[in-house]
Design a binder for this molecule. Sequence first.
Ligand code: GLV
Length: 307
Amino acid sequence: MKPPVFLHSWVPDAILEDLRSRFEVDHVDVFETGILPPDEFARHAEGKHGIMVLAAPVGAELMKASAGTLKVVANVAVGVDNIDVSAATEAGVQVTNTPGVLTDAVADFSIAMLLAVGRRMIESDRYTRAGKFQGPSFPLFWGATVVGETLGIIGLGRIGQAVARRARGFGLELVYHNRNRVDAAVEAELGATWLPLDELLAAARYVLLLTPLTDETRHLIDADRLARMRRDAFLINVSRGPVVHEAALLDALQRGVIAGAALDNVVLTPHIASGTVETRHAMVRVAAENLTACLTGAPVPNPVNKV
Ligand code: GLV
């Protein structure tokens, strides 16, 4: 009998076909249904040996209820904040993620966000579409300089380092903050200087958040930290939303604590940093490889926890 698995993700046809050849597949495309309510999710998950999820939460209760049967939760993301990893470890469930394949897409997007907010792309697009452009006027959407400015990266992991390489091409000075400093050789290669968090916030014109969402990083950027930033600074959050205290950010923007007073000067995007066709396919492929490896006893490419 083929091991039963539950896929609550978008899955390209070729990958679905491959998984169907190995497993008894119960597939609910999250893009068609939205994230299933917990009780429905639990009904689908019951008795399954493997689960693949995109964004759906997998909590302690489900881990406990599935202990002994469930072997793997393969996340279609590099961030695993939707999964209770310690409950998984306790229940002997392997959690996997999809690092690597999205690094370049997210790094490109981080630079796109920096340029879009600094050069006021969204505001000026809206202005032009509204038919307001009557020829050059003065000063029209003057934005922030990039070359020679300081970029502060909070979270210099794989993606942060890929951004740092790109940032050098733009002539940005680089400072970063991590709980643990990266190797001196990597710092030297990137030309990146480690700073304590508050010093980074005081120094950087562009502050880029690329940290995972954990208990420690939830609301890392709150009213106090926003007040430490330069008044001409831009905050670029490519990590999870809750890393920033949203109400405090709104207040800081409205009061001009950072980069101008207008909310127009904010670029909002719907979680698309890793959203290229190739990257999204690769993420599901990697999740499927993790799922398959766990259920066939092969070495697991991207384990998050030790079971
Ligand atoms: C995307 O948000 C990811 O964590 O991979």
